[in-house]
Design a binder for this molecule. Structure first.
Ligand code: SF4
Ligand code: SF4
Length: 246
């Protein structure tokens, strides 16, 4: 039986998600024994347009990106968005709060007029996606789970509850009790609350948790004295697309 052909693609982003996959090291050989990797420029040379499964990293930020992602979509039977930039727009959406000339001047200076770009958006804003692997960067173990599910013909469903559930299970003291604003309360779980466990707060990289209670989250933030300006500022880091367009 022929192995499913897999290709990796990147748009606007740091390619840290593909790096996570490369960091699977010898386990990537295990994966490669079940699939044929036809394109993965961080790992191997060569490219083929003959693939069934496309993993796409990065946000869509230019008109020409739309043509390219539509082409990928038309070739792939299954398209999986990989990482925060691809699934939720991510950090690239920070620019959506500035006017185009302002951010182009900031980034490209005197060469700004040579670059055409528009408001950053997730892949799903342009083409339908069949699955999403969240995070900035993704969790490599979750990637392995998704590949296993694909090979078994099953749909992988990430948790729909907030990070708080995993954070509590990990035994952390809530950062709100320490006077810090934490977005775990509205963010999709699946990372184990790793940032809080390591002394930081949740910044929202896995995107909105479908089952989060937004009214309750707002109440907690109010009770702990966080203004909407502070909350919005924090939300912009990863969730700018949702703030701007929803
Ligand atoms: S708000 Fe943050 S620190 Fe508090 S329980 Fe939730 S994830 Fe943990
Ligand atoms: S704790 Fe929050 S910011 Fe950290 S990895 Fe999990 S979802 Fe992302």
């Amino acid at each position: 039986m022929s192995k499913p052909k897999v290709a990796f693609f990147d748009f606007a982003g740091c390619e840290g998600d593909q790096l996570q996959i490369a960091n699977l090291e010898e386990r990537i050989l295990d994966i490669a024994s079940h699939v044929e990797i036809v394109s993965f420029r961080e790992v191997k040379t060569g490219h083929s347009d003959d693939y069934e499964i496309a993993f796409v990293e990065g946000s869509i930020t230019r008109y020409e990106d739309e043509e390219r992602i539509k082409e990928i979509r038309s070739r792939a039977k299954i398209l999986i968005a990989l990482g925060a930039c691809a699934t939720i727009g991510g950090i690239n959406c920070l620019k959506n709060f500035l006017n185009e000339q302002e951010y182009k001047n900031m980034v490209y200076g005197p060469w700004a007029r040579y670059y055409s770009t528009y408001a950053a958006r997730p892949v799903s804003a342009v083409v339908p996606v069949d699955g999403e692997i969240h995070g900035c960067p993704i969790d490599k173990e979750e990637f392995v789970e998704v590949v296993k599910s694909l090979l078994l013909g099953k749909k992988y469903t990430p948790p729909d509850y907030p990070v708080c559930v995993e954070c509590k299970k990990a035994g952390n003291i809530c950062q709100f009790e320490r006077g810090r604003l934490c977005l775990g309360i509205i963010t999709r779980a699946g990372c184990g609350g790793v940032c809080v466990s390591r002394g930081s707060v949740c910044w929202g990289c896995r995107g909105p948790a479908p089952s989060a209670n937004l009214d309750a989250a707002r109440e907690v933030m109010d009770e702990h004295g966080f203004s909407w300006v502070e909350v919005e500022d924090r939300l912009r880091l990863y969730l700018g697309h949702f703030l701007k367009f929803n």
